[in-house]
Structures are given as structure tokens and as C-alpha cells.
Write a protein that binds this ligand. Structure first.
Ligand code: HEC
Length: 347
């Protein structure tokens, strides 16, 4: 095992002294990917612990060792230290790598070591040198959750003070402000009852060293500027539209038939959203950026992300040039104006 960087180890001991840390909590991950932990008094942590590790019994871990070969080693990674605020005794948390004590190799069923191998492999291919991965802390807050399946009944029951279904409940008094269905994303307090607790979470996470993006109610939070929200993210920042250019639209139609119509139809929703009325809900820039830069749009733009959640297929990059994308836009415009002047229009 390589010697760990001394500076981060020194920092751990400085934190222990400065903060009066009493307990060390070692965290590691089981095979299915759930956090597990063991704690020791801070006085037992020594500099050599970061090389020698601590033995523990791996037999009770799902999918790991048999009971007769159950000794395993956890070795803390000093760069992962943070103060865990939610434990009464002052506690420093350290994430550990799991080792086989005999071979002194990283244990092949530890998800952290698998991820590290994947990172090393990526670097070895020369495709890229860093992979960024992150968990999205998406969650719901309920006031009551119950479920059961037994001999004579089966049910689930969720409740929340924000539940629209509680509009008529006696709450001594009921103060209203229960958002209507599908309208809970961005409203301000008092409709958003949970601003304070979200702030507290965000601040605690930041205090623990987690980089965070803005806290917003429910899914759909984003760090985008108003302009990016309107125009999407990508090479197109401005499109000037004149009268519909029939020749350009005709070129766009050919591209659309070849590269888009497998998933998109104009009149109906298919594998992908119906595109007939797309310019009523999106700006021309958004449409072109979605065509030219779909991966980033899906990752970062809340509207594109919401569509992905609904359609479950990521829109692929069809490698159109900007000119081709512009022509497709013209085709979508021409189709829209044709349908709005047609007698069967139903808008
Ligand atoms: C393999 C299927 C597929 C192909 C091919 C495809 N798309 Fe998409 N497209 C999708 C899906 C699915 C979505 C919804 C977002 C998501 O799930 O990623 C989408 C979203 C879009 C949107 C946003 C719609 C909205 O309501 O905001 C536009 C615009 C779009 N596609 C245009 C095109 C164009 C133009 C082409 C051809 C150059 C094309 N797409 C090719 C699957 C596809």
C-alpha cells in the first residue's frame, strides 16, 4: 500500500485537536452500495492507522466473505474527513477503502474500489483524464408514511401539509397554501413550506464540504441564467426569423424525414414529443440548441430534463450542421403555419 499524503493526514489530526473531536466514524460501502460504519474513540486513531487500517469482521456484510475467512481491513482516506454534525459526541467521519488483509490488495467487491478502477481505466485509455460523478440529492418530505401488506389488507398512505388533498382538512386552523397538482416546483413561501429546512440542509452540506447547487423545491432546480432558460444551452444564441422560406423548409423537411422522423412526428406524440407545435412552447434558439447540443441540454436544462424523465430516451445528437438545423427549424415553422391556416386546425 502506498503511503498516504502526509499533509491531509496532518490536517485530520489538526481538526481533531481544534474541534475537540471525540469519536471517529469510519464509513465504507457494502456490495449493494449502502453506507455501513463503525466508530472508535478519537484517541485510538494514529498516524499509522492510515497505512495499517483497522480489522473488522466482513462476514455479516451482504455478498462479502464467508464466516471462516471473514477478517477484512478498512483503511481511512484522510482526504474525505468531515465533521458529522448529526451525532451528539463530536465526530469526525472518514470514508474508507476496504482491503483484503492477506493480499493487502483493495477488495474487489468494494464499490469504491470498483469505481476507482473505472477511473484509472478511463485515464489509461487516454479518452479523458477526469470523470465527474455526483449524486443528486432528490427527495420528498412527508409528514406521515405508512404501508403494509398483510392477511386482510394492503395499502400505502402518504400525507403532507402541502398535499392538495388536505385543502378541506381541519388543521386548527388550516392556513391554506396547498399548491395545486403540478404547481409545486417554484412557488415562494408560504406555499413553499420547506424553505427553512432546505436552507439548513444546504448549509450543513456546505459545512461538510459538499459542493452544492441552488436548493429549489422538488426536481427541476437549475443554475441557468434567464437567457439560458429561454434559449437553451448550446452554440445558438440568436436566430432571426423572417417570412417562412419555402425552399429552406423543403431542405429541412428532407433532413427531418431522414434524421428525426424515427422518433418525432408533427401531429402526434411518439417515441419523442410531438414537434408540430414546438415553437409555441419553445424559442427557435431552444429548438436549435436541442438539435445541436442535446446531451448538455438534457443534463442541464430543466425543461429538457423533464422531457427525458417522461420519455426515458435521451435525444441523440444527429450531427446536423448549424445550416441543417436552421433548415429543420424552417420546416417546423412552415408546418406550424400551414396547420394554423388549415381548416382542420384545432388550436
Ligand atoms: C432516437 C429518437 C430521437 C431522434 C432520432 C430525435 N429525437 Fe428529438 N427528442 C427525442 C426525445 C426522447 C426527446 C425528449 C427529450 C429527451 O428525452 O431527451 C426529444 C426532444 C426534442 C426536442 C425538444 C422538444 C420540446 O418539446 O421541447 C426537439 C426540438 C427535438 N427533439 C428535435 C429533434 C430533431 C429536429 C431531430 C432530428 C434532427 C430529432 N429531435 C431527433 C428523441 C429523438
Amino acid at each position: 500500500m502506498a503511503k498516504k499524503a502526509d499533509s491531509s493526514i496532518a490536517k485530520v489530526f489538526k481538526t481533531i485537536r481544534d474541534e475537540g473531536v471525540q469519536m471517529i466514524d469510519f464509513k465504507f460501502m457494502d456490495f449493494p452500495g449502502q453506507w455501513q460504519h463503525v466508530s472508535i474513540p478519537a484517541s485510538r486513531l494514529e498516524e499509522s492507522s492510515f497505512d495499517d487500517g483497522f480489522g473488522f469482521d466482513g462476514s455479516s456484510m451482504r455478498g462479502w466473505k464467508a464466516i471462516n475467512e471473514s477478517d477484512m481491513l478498512i483503511i481511512p482516506d484522510p482526504s474525505t474527513a468531515f465533521i458529522d454534525k448529526f451525532i451528539e459526541a463530536k465526530t469526525l467521519s472518514l470514508i474508507c477503502d476496504v482491503y483484503d488483509p492477506l493480499t493487502k490488495e483493495k477488495y474487489e467487491r468494494c464499490p469504491r474500489s470498483i469505481a476507482q478502477k473505472a477511473e484509472a481505466y478511463l485515464a489509461s485509455t487516454g479518452i479523458a483524464d477526469t470523470a465527474f460523478m455526483g449524486a443528486e440529492a432528490e427527495f420528498f418530505i412527508f409528514d406521515d408514511i405508512r404501508f403494509d401488506t398483510n392477511e386482510h389488507s394492503s395499502y400505502y398512505y402518504l400525507d403532507s401539509i402541502e398535499g392538495r388533498w388536505n385543502s378541506g382538512r381541519e388543521e386548527m386552523p388550516n392556513l391554506g397554501y396547498k399548491p395545486r397538482y403540478k404547481e409545486g416546483y417554484y412557488p415562494v413561501p408560504p406555499t413553499d413550506h420547506l424553505q427553512d429546512i432546505r436552507n439548513e440542509m444546504t448549509l450543513n452540506m456546505a459545512g461538510a464540504g459538499a459542493a452544492s447547487s441552488p436548493a429549489t423545491p422538488a426536481a427541476g432546480g437549475s443554475e441557468l441564467t434567464a437567457e439560458q432558460l429561454a434559449k437553451g444551452i448550446g452554440p445558438i444564441t440568436s436566430v432571426t426569423l423572417g417570412e417562412v422560406d419555402a425552399a429552406l423548409a423543403e431542405q429541412g423537411k428532407a433532413t427531418f424525414t431522414l434524421k428525426c422522423s424515427a422518433c418525432h412526428k408533427l401531429e402526434v406524440r411518439y417515441v419523442a414529443p410531438q414537434l408540430g407545435g414546438v415553437l409555441e412552447r419553445r424559442t427557435p434558439e431552444f429548438v436549435m440548441n436541442m438539435i445541436l447540443n442535446p446531451a448538455e441540454m438534457i443534463e442541464k436544462h430543466p425543461s429538457a430534463r423533464a422531457l427525458l424523465a417522461q420519455y426515458m430516451t435521451p435525444m441523440p445528437n444527429q450531427n446536423l450542421t448549424q445550416e441543417e438545423a436552421r433548415a429543420v427549424l424552417e420546416y417546423l415553422r412552415s408546418a406550424a403555419s400551414a396547420s394554423s391556416t388549415g381548416t382542420t386546425s384545432e388550436r
